[in-house]
Design a protein around this ligand. Structure first.
Ligand code: GCB
Length: 640
């Protein structure tokens, strides 16, 4: 993240220096894209489905449900994929189900994919929550721990074994959270037989959103040639009017090969080319990637075409993958967040992947609506609270110039037993998977390794130091943070983060109804953080629940007036600190969202400025006015 000196020096140093993104995982996880040499077949739609309601939730394994069609082993219902299964039926036991659920369907695989030995066929699940096991024709092909991130398995040889049969895909998914999952949870058995039936248990969690489960993103089959482009990493930089794209390509499948790299502009015109598995592309008259409202042409993307030819004694393999590339830099000083060396002020939102009926299931109409609402509001950024969002969402951010703080599912780490080695190892793997998936998105400007962990606990310091250092080693081009709420963090995690992201709920969880204390408490809070760490600060959450249509003046908690007044009292302090070290504000939350049932939530969390159905509350109009004003005051390109 160094600010460049002279272009020639920069170029040499930059090309010689160790590539900033080091990935310990086997293999890449490129988003499946069609090209002249790759095909994609979506397996979305209706799958057969059954929840394993047996007392130990293990009947499916005991009776090997994956060996036959699910419908042959018992009753099934139709289940849409992608979607959470929880809100699809009228059955409360399925909504609140804990344990294994089973999906299956048959697929007709194109004959050429089977007959052509030079074609690899890969089965990919965009995400399933939480633990998944996948079988093809009764044979296990992969398993994966963790929701929100993709996993895949090559199934070419398997489907060639019985070429005339349809291919049967079975996926078992378990949503149980334990002390070592991410997020963590505990299963509690209620053993008092005078109050609970035999075997009664509950899932406890320390986070504030419904633990939606099922196959949440697309299931795909895609092909590559036998020798193929497995992964691409790009890092970008610029000096004056010249951009640089440094790339690294990894090829799998053996054989000597030739790689040709071509960079094209948005109109498809040639810009630069190179060859070999790593190198640099020089872009004359570069068009930088700028955030929305910071430039008249935000989200500019080049296309980097990677073309592979591999020759063996008997065959020639050809592959092509085109990656969108935005050229931009990120730097952090003691007081500023710089994009392309200009100060960037985050005026944005926190979101959830959450909606009626679908739960956390991928849904294009919802995604496009949310982008339209964000642009209407004047939002230039969001945090993927509290887990990685779908890749298609990040691609939209790249195209529209919406800046992203990319958060892993490290939320609700509150129990001391969740700071052990097993938890840490898994958390490190999740960061590996997240960086591997999202490293090439220009919109992603910072990694968030956790939200509000119990950092006052003794093992937390080692845990977060390790996690943050690991993430910085994975990607030296982006800052790293974890989102904090407690003052205790000032002594613990603070030294390791590049940017202090702090949540607070003054006049809500504390000093309830006392809006008059916000200015004093908030400004003391900021001053303390800054004095201690000299790092820029983002208000990464603040807000108040408002039940839509509930009014009271003078304002009272839960009314639209109170939500507005609370936001306003925060804004006054933000404006005082904005020209010092305060670099951004992200409202909690963009929209109302579902939570577990409890006395603090009235059918979900109502801190949205939009309802769950995406209709505005009064706060949406307040925020819209503010964000457009901020865009005018902070977003203009400063003169060179
Ligand atoms: C927080 C959490 C978020 C909650 C929010 C709230 O601090 O990070 O997950 O939903 O507060 O509304 O309490």
């Amino acid at each position: 993240m160094s600010v460049p000196g002279s272009f020639a020096v920069l170029r040499v140093l930059w090309l010689l220096s160790v590539f900033g993104t080091v990935l310990p995982l086997d293999g890449g996880m490129l988003f499946p894209r069609e090209s002249s040499f790759r095909e994609v077949k979506e397996l979305n739609g209706l799958w057969d489905f059954r929840a394993d309601g047996s007392p130990n939730r293990n009947e499916g394994f005991e009776k090997a449900w994956h060996k036959r069609r699910l419908a042959k082993t018992g009753p099934v219902i139709e289940m849409p994929v992608p979607a959470s299964y929880n809100d699809i039926t009228q059955d409360p036991t399925l909504r609140d189900f804990i344990g294994w659920v089973w999906y299956d369907r048959e697929v007709a695989v194109p004959a050429r994919w089977i007959s052509d030995e030079g074609t690899r066929v890969v089965l990919r699940v965009g995400s399933a929550h939480y633990y998944s096991i996948v079988w093809v024709n009764g044979e296990k092909v992969t398993e994966h721990e963790g929701g929100h991130l993709p996993f895949e398995a090559e199934i070419s040889s398997l489907i060639r074994r019985e070429p005339t049969k349809p291919c049967r895909i079975t996926i078992a998914v378990n949503n149980t959270l334990t002390l070592e999952t991410l997020p963590p949870g505990t299963i509690q058995y209620m053993n008092d037989s005078s109050r609970y039936p035999d075997g009664f248990f509950v899932q406890n969690m320390d986070f504030d959103f419904f633990n939606y489960a099922g196959i949440h993103r697309s299931v795909l089959l895609y092909t590559t040639p036998k020798v193929y482009v497995d992964d691409i990493s790009v890092e970008t930089n610029f000096m004056d009017y010249t951009g640089l794209v440094r790339y690294k390509v990894s090829v799998q499948g053996g054989f000597s090969n030739t790689l040709n790299i071509t960079l094209m502009d948005k109109d498809g015109h040639f810009v630069a080319s190179s060859s070999g598995s790593s190198g640099g592309l020089r872009v004359v008259d570069v068009k930088l990637w700028w955030p929305y409202l910071m430039h008249e042409n935000p989200g500019y993307l080049y296309s980097m075409k990677v073309h592979l030819i591999a020759v063996s004694e008997t065959s020639t393999y050809e592959d092509e993958y085109t990656l969108p590339v935005g050229i931009r830099t990120i730097n952090v000083t003691n007081t500023q967040f710089l994009i392309n060396n200009k100060p960037f002020y985050f005026h944005g939102v926190n979101k959830h992947e959450d909606s009626d009926i679908r739960g956390r299931g991928f849904d294009w109409p919802l995604i496009v609506k949310d982008f339209n609402l964000m642009k209407w509001l004047g939002v230039n950024s969001f945090r993927t609270s509290h887990y990685p969002y779908a890749e298609e969402i990040l691609q939209m951010c790249d195209r529209h110039g919406i800046v992203v703080i990319d958060e892993c599912p490290g939320v609700g780490i509150k129990d001391i037993r969740s700071f052990g080695n097993a938890s840490l190892s898994h958390h490190l793997v999740v960061m590996d998977e997240l960086v591997r998936r999202d490293k090439n998105h220009p919109s992603v400007v910072m990694w968030s390794v956790a939200n509000e962990p119990a950092s006052e606990m003794p093992p937390a310091e080692f845990y977060f130091k390790t996690l943050i250092e690991h993430t910085k080693a994975l990607d030296q081009t982006r800052p790293v943070t974890y989102v904090t709420i407690t003052e205790a963090d000032m002594d613990k995690g603070g030294p390791y983060v590049d940017v202090v992201c702090v949540n607070s709920y003054f006049a809500w969880y504390f000093d309830q109804g006392r809006l008059d204390i916000v200015p004093l408490q908030l400004s003391t809070h900021f001053e303390n953080w800054y004095r201690k760490y000299q790092r820029p600060i983002i208000q990464s959450e603040y807000g108040a629940d408002a039940v839509p249509g509930l009014h009271m003046d003078p304002p009272m908690m839960f009314t639209e007036e109170y939500q507005n007044a609370l936001l306003q009292s925060y804004h006054d302090v933000f404006d005082q600190k904005r020209n010092q070290y305060f670099i951004g504000e992200l409202i909690w939350n963009f929209a109302d969202f579902m939570t577990s049932q409890g006395i603090y939530r009235v059918v979900g969390n109502k801190k949205g400025i939009f309802t769950r159905q995406r209709q505005p509350k009064a706060a949406a109009f307040l925020l819209r006015k503010r964000y457009w004003r901020l865009a005018n005051e902070t977003g203009r390109l400063l003169p060179d």
